[in-house]
Ligand binder design. Structure first.
Ligand SMILES: Nc1ncnc2c1ncn2[C@@H]1O[C@H](COP(=O)(O)OP(=O)(O)O)[C@@H](O)[C@H]1O
Ligand SMILES: [Mg+2]
Length: 225
């Protein structure tokens, strides 16, 4: 379902060129849970941003369900980000002045479903990720890191995406909370047959995924299990 070929992203900083992603090739099947490990600065976030159409490749193709997102116009890219992709970030990226429920409703608003329907689904998703009723009505500032990451997982699942991209989702959490959040992501994605690509520093977490790739020198190599 995801086929990346000759993917390249070059940054120019000062007089120098940085090849963050260089002639990369890999593919991921529907429903697979894939982890990417690699040193800081090896290009992991650059790769996820391109897969999520937040950044444009310098070259190569990214085919999702046979459509090349590197070639899409802006209108199609907005639709792609809204319907096909769910993001989970290290720092949660929730909107501070909205409640947990409103944060989860937001992507559904962009997708155009009705208000009552959105609210019902948001509450249902937040229950699935283990939030209590009174916690759902709080703004992110009054939730713990683990609770905020659960809200962001619910938000990522809101429009039933084909792919969830998670950039160090447990990076700001203590070990135990991180494991719980990770197991939750794993369970929900398997239930919905969602493909997940997770960037992580945690080798124990990487060990639980179906496949692991290491990113170095702008290229991915699969780590045999
Ligand atoms: N917007 C940018 N402009 C210039 N250089 C960038 C930019 N984004 C990332 N880089 C460079 O690309 C390389 C990969 O960065 P990044 O993808 O953030 O790595 P990682 O997420 O693995 O830590 C680094 O050398 C970084 O400095
Ligand atoms: Mg990064």
């Amino acid at each position: 379902m995801l086929v990346v070929d000759h993917l390249t992203r070059t940054f120019k900083s000062g007089g120098e060129e940085v090849h963050a992603v260089s002639d990369m090739k890999f593919s991921v099947d529907r429903g697979e849970f894939v982890s990417i490990i690699g040193k800081s600065g090896s290009g992991k976030s650059t790769l996820l941003s391109m897969l999520g159409a937040l950044d444009k490749p310098s070259g190569g193709s990214i085919k999702v369900d046979s459509e090349d997102i590197a070639k899409m116009n802006d209108h199609s890219l907005i639709r792609y980000r809204c319907h096909k992709i769910g993001f989970v970030f290290q720092n949660y990226n929730l909107i501070p002045n909205l409640t947990a429920i409103e944060n989860v409703m937001l992507p559904m608003e962009f997708a155009g479903s009705g208000n009552a329907e959105r609210k019902t689904r948001a509450i249902e998703l937040l229950r699935q990720v283990g939030l209590e009723d009174d916690q759902m009505r709080r703004k992110p500032g009054r939730l713990s890191g683990g609770q905020q990451q659960r809200v962001s997982i619910a938000r990522a699942l809101a429009n039933q995406p084909s792919v969830i991209l998670a950039d160090e989702p447990t990076g700001n959490l203590d070990e135990q909370t991180g494991r719980m959040v990770f197991d939750l992501l794993h369970k929900l994605a398997k239930q919905e047959k969602t493909t997940i690509i997770v960037v992580t520093h945690d080798l124990e977490i990487a060990g639980k995924t179906d496949r692991t790739f290491r990113l170095s020198d702008g290229k991915l190599t699969e780590v045999k299990k």
